[in-house]
Design a protein around this ligand. Sequence first.
Ligand SMILES: NC(=O)c1ccc[n+]([C@@H]2O[C@H](COP(=O)([O-])OP(=O)(O)OC[C@H]3O[C@@H](n4cnc5c(N)ncnc54)[C@H](OP(=O)(O)O)[C@@H]3O)[C@@H](O)[C@H]2O)c1
Length: 282
Amino acid sequence: MIVLTGATGLVGRLLTAELAGRARIVTRTPPAEALPAEVFEGDPSRPETLTDALRGASTLFLHPRAVGDAAYELVALARDLGVRRVVALAAANVDDDLAAQPSRFRGDRNKEADDAAATSGLEWVSVRPSSFALNALTAWAGQIRAGDDVRYVHAGFEESPLHERDLVEVLVRALVDDDLLGRRIDLTGPESLSHAEMVARIGTALGRPLRFHEVPAEAAARGMIASGLPEPFVTAMMARYAAHLAKPQFPPNAEVEKILGRPALTFAEWAAEHAADFRPAG
Ligand SMILES: NC(=O)c1ccc[n+]([C@@H]2O[C@H](COP(=O)([O-])OP(=O)(O)OC[C@H]3O[C@@H](n4cnc5c(N)ncnc54)[C@H](OP(=O)(O)O)[C@@H]3O)[C@@H](O)[C@H]2O)c1
């Protein structure tokens, strides 16, 4: 049995569906709807609350947002209870200076999840994705639902956005197969795209040309903070954009294709699948 932390979130829900019948999920707040897994109430940042879920399990999926500062403690408990494998979700930037990792300012402990897995003494894999294509929803869906004009920072900043299905399929391989064991796997999407190019592809998926307007970083930051994002997170994100304008931070690699034996999904495919999320309701 595979114990999933972070299972009610973006990645975890997809993982739970893929592992139907083979997973136990742990959540601080069990959802009302039925899930294709045994549900245990527990808080991964307080590992002792996962004892029942871990007993008799073979594998632990370590989610760095859900587990917070308790990654090492949770892995130690899992090992004591007989768990044989730990698979961490981490991030492509975990080896960067901690102050340059924006997600840390939201509480994500990707570095610790990566390290706790690799030093666990158990079978381990750490999957380190670059930016999710899903980030386009947070960044632009509100504006695109309201009209054809998209205001955002740094039109030319490039990422290799990763389709969530590719991430989840690789995580499943790491959880159930043996061929990825002992690896830190940096995972990217198949192509490097600028902010403006991503918005253009969303426009193509919607059948409606969108206009990208570059706004100065200070103005964009003020808007993000006003919309509720923590200021230190926004400051670190703007610094990341500024530092990697000339050369992409994580150019595309071939890991998804090597592992899954098929090409990685493109951002255009992602946009076509998510077109409804960018259309006005009703
Ligand atoms: N977005 C990207 O581009 C990107 C790229 C690389 C890596 N990552 C990393 O991927 C992770 C995010 O994955 P995700 O999108 O699946 O996460 P998510 O949906 O936001 O959250 C996953 C789970 O974490 C728990 N959780 C959420 N917010 C929490 C909080 N403030 N305190 C404690 N627990 C919380 C919840 O579990 P309960 O059910 O227990 O409440 C939730 O279901 C982060 O570590 C992020 O740094 C993201």
